[in-house]
Design a protein around this ligand. Structure first.
Ligand SMILES: C[S@@+](CC[C@H](N)C(=O)[O-])C[C@H]1O[C@@H](n2cnc3c(N)ncnc32)[C@H](O)[C@@H]1O
Length: 312
């Protein structure tokens, strides 16, 4: 796929100055922004969005991003800031997915549409000119990003609010701040050497967690001495911890969350039960391991919503 020069209006020396004080990775974009100032504009229309420079992801890194998210034919991939469309087109052509790319540059959107036709995936790879911040991302099962670090961070609350639990996010080079990634890789990418002297690429992978913070009332299976249990969960992104027992609270032995799947070891009376559940909004259902009786079904309802880091 061809590579376009960045529109001159997107680069600013303020961007460069700000970036210089940040990490070395941010310098990649800064140098590219400065280079962009010296290049002819692709589009003459003024835009009210500071979009940063256009830097296409090398094809082999596109492949790695999509592999990292295990993209398949059931996925709907949205690339925020889609450039020439290569991520969504590759997701459709090589991975059988459907997808949407949005970019603030009309010229790049036109190019992406042309590329999708050339690659014969125009039915499954759509592109629209749109601000990433105003894009409805609720249907995405996979979200990809290669945007300025501050945009990535500014988009984080939107991702947590709109993406369904279990959706996957892959961000090229810039992480999501204090949201610890579920997986990350760093590898050599010599072609970046000529741009900024840094010859490495990082990819950060996240699974969107369900919001589970708060108080849950669990209905225990029949036949147990106790009929119900109350669990209070604290949450910071996908990390959870909790207590049970109200006034005489006892910590949960184990609590983990992966998308909408939750696992808890809850002390009940003088025993401990392993809960495996699925979250659907304010409801949790799944099974409890009860020694001697195997896995028994349980349900729980959230009776009070708690605050969680990431959703403020
Ligand atoms: C670094 S390029 C990445 C292009 C493509 N995703 C790739 O990886 O090859 C960033 C792209 O994001 C676009 N962009 C930046 N800010 C945007 C915004 N707020 N809304 C939509 N697109 C934006 C730019 O026009 C540019 O094409």
């Amino acid at each position: 796929m061809s590579e376009l020069r960045p529109p001159a209006h997107r680069a600013s020396f303020a961007t460069v100055r700000r970036a210089l004080s940040r990490s070395r990775r941010q310098l990649v974009f800064a140098v590219l922004s400065a280079l962009a100032c010296a290049m002819p504009a692709v589009t003459a229309t003024a835009q009210d969005v500071d979009a940063g420079p256009y830097v296409p992801t090398p094809q082999y890194i596109v492949d790695r991003m999509l592999q990292m998210a295990a993209v398949g034919s059931n996925d709907y991939v949205i690339d925020l800031g889609s450039g020439d469309g290569r991520i969504v087109i590759t997701a459709a052509k090589r991975f059988g997915a459907r997808g949407l790319g949005v970019d603030i540059s009309e010229k790049l959107v036109d190019l992406a549409v042309t590329n999708a036709h050339k690659e014969q995936v125009a039915e499954r790879a759509k592109f629209v000119r749109q601000d990433a911040f105003k894009t409805d991302i609720r249907e995405a099962t996979v979200l990809t990003l290669y945007l300025l670090p501050r945009f990535v961070l500014e988009l984080r609350p939107k991702m947590l609010a709109e993406l369904k639990p279990g959706s996957r996010i892959v961000s090229h080079d810039y992480n999501l701040g204090d949201w610890t990634s579920d997986n990350a890789v760093t590898f050599d990418s010599p072609e970046k050497q000529v741009i900024n002297g840094a010859s490495q690429t990082s990819l950060f992978f996240y699974i969107v967690p369900a919001h589970v913070a708060g108080t849950w009332q669990i209905a225990l299976p029949e036949g147990l001495a106790e009929h119900s249990a109350q669990v209070v969960l604290q949450q910071s992104y996908q990390k959870i911890s909790g207590t049970t027992g109200g006034a005489r609270a006892r910590p949960l032995k184990h609590a983990s969350l992966a998308g909408e799947r939750i696992e808890l070891i809850v002390p009940v009376g003088n025993r401990e039960f392993l809960f495996n559940g699925k979250i659907s909004g304010e409801r949790m259902e799944g099974t409890i391991d009860v020694r001697g009786r195997g896995k028994l079904p349980f349900t729980a309802n959230r009776v009070a919503v708690g605050k969680a880091t990431g959703w403020e």
